[in-house]
Design a protein around this ligand. Structure first.
Ligand SMILES: Cc1cc2nc3c(=O)[nH]c(=O)nc-3n(C[C@H](O)[C@H](O)[C@H](O)COP(=O)(O)OP(=O)(O)OC[C@H]3O[C@@H](n4cnc5c(N)ncnc54)[C@H](O)[C@@H]3O)c2cc1C
Length: 347
């Protein structure tokens, strides 16, 4: 009979980050994952963007999130000899006059200068916008499928991952036994599925379905991420990722004709040529009622923890919050108060 310290439920980008950080600090752990059956990470486009467009504000804690991304994803790239971070600028077509005005105002501020650049005069092959455009620097996309599959191989080789379905986090936290092995803590990283577990009924999960397409067009020659209320970016060999929809009603993994048409119509208003659809996926984001992540310890079960609620920005949020969470678990540090699930247990 073996022993390890942490049992992580779920190998999306949340559980994977914790696994790599534990492994880097020589802390014993095992991940239980059902083979990505309900994975949001496998569907995600993987974008990161330091700017929130409506009012041209920096993403929450951008200046801390970006270095933490490099620390985690950079170290995984070296450890596994893979390339997963693809740095790309974003060409943003302003949605209206106030947004264009905010852009001009913000780009003169010292804290924004590294992120906001002038747009090229020619935005071909897309049509120019009524309100002009700007370029965001320090953005990009993470190759999540490669990151997860290579990490999974690594965890399996180190006997740190088991493929199985968890039937309930509470019973595992109480018995502290997994197939004869003893452990101390459970960390729930099952994405939106954690919200279906009665043990987390007090916590405000509010999932959101999303759809993305992969389209093909050999005539689009564009090396940035195009954004006009939707995004389009190149994957190589004439393929582009086009997304994403937000559906607050239908929580299933079925790609729909409505979702596909919505995305193709949006693209057509900026690029009026037919593109070939080569892939169409749907997933469910682990979004939260107050739109903040869910990190911390259950109020009534001291060895049961949640690392979840990464919403539509998991790629950026996870590395920084994972470091903070592991410091809390291992060194008695404080969880960043805005994301601490204690906010739900106080009510
Ligand atoms: C269409 C779409 C586009 C998106 N685009 C972006 C983007 O561009 N940038 C960005 O940052 N984010 C994006 N997101 C959001 C992103 O996917 C999430 O923030 C992130 O992937 C959540 O990761 P996670 O590890 O918390 O959850 P998940 O990825 O859902 O991982 C949970 C894992 O747990 C497993 N699991 C669930 N239940 C059980 C069980 N009972 N037993 C065992 N295992 C279980 C699941 O199968 C899965 O492997 C997008 C999401 C969608 C749907």
């Amino acid at each position: 009979m073996g022993k390890f310290k942490y049992l992580i439920l779920g190998q999306g980008i949340a559980g994977t980050a914790l696994g790599h950080i534990f492994s880097g600090r020589n802390i014993s752990f095992k991940i239980l994952d059902d083979g990505h059956k309900s994975s949001s990470s496998q569907v995600a486009a993987g974008l990161w963007n330091p700017i929130v467009f409506r009012r041209i504000n920096k993403t929450w804690r951008t200046d801390e999130l970006l270095p933490a991304m490099e620390r985690l994803y950079g170290s995984v790239e070296s450890k596994l000899d893979i390339k997963i971070q693809h740095h790309r600028q974003i060409l943003r077509m302003h949605g209206n006059k106030p947004e264009a005005d905010f852009w001009m105002e913000k780009r003169t501020l010292p804290g924004y200068r590294p992120y906001l650049l002038d747009a090229p005069a020619d935005v071909a092959p897309f049509r120019g916008g009524e309100f002009g455009s700007g370029v965001v620097d320090k953005a990009g996309f993470l190759d999540i499928p490669l990151y997860l599959s290579e990490s999974r191989k690594y965890f399996e080789e180190h006997d740190s991952l088991k493929q199985a379905t968890c039937e309930g986090a509470l019973s595992l936290a109480e018995t502290k036994i997994l197939e004869g092995d003893e452990f101390e803590h459970v960390i729930d990283c099952r994405g939106y599925r954690s919200g279906e577990d009665p043990v987390w009924s007090a916590v405000g999960f509010k999932p959101t379905k999303g759809e993305v397409l992969t389209v093909k067009d050999d005539n689009i020659n564009f090396d940035k991420i195009f954004n006009a209320g939707f995004f389009l970016f190149g994957l190589g060999e004439g393929k582009f990722r086009l997304g994403a929809t937000f559906d607050f009603e239908n929580m299933n993994h079925t790609p729909t004709a409505d979702g596909r048409n919505e995305l193709l119509d949006k693209l057509a208003s900026w690029y009026p040529k037919n593109v070939e659809v080569v892939n169409h996926k749907a997933g469910i984001r682990p979004t939260v009622k107050d739109r903040k992540p869910l990190v911390g310890t259950h109020s009534g079960v001291q060895n049961l923890h949640l690392f979840n609620g990464m919403g539509a920005k998991g790629v950026m949020l996870v590395p920084y919050l994972a470091e903070n969470f592991v410091d809390y678990l291992e060194m008695g540090g404080e969880i960043i108060s805005e994301v601490n699930i204690s906010r739900f247990f106080r009510r």
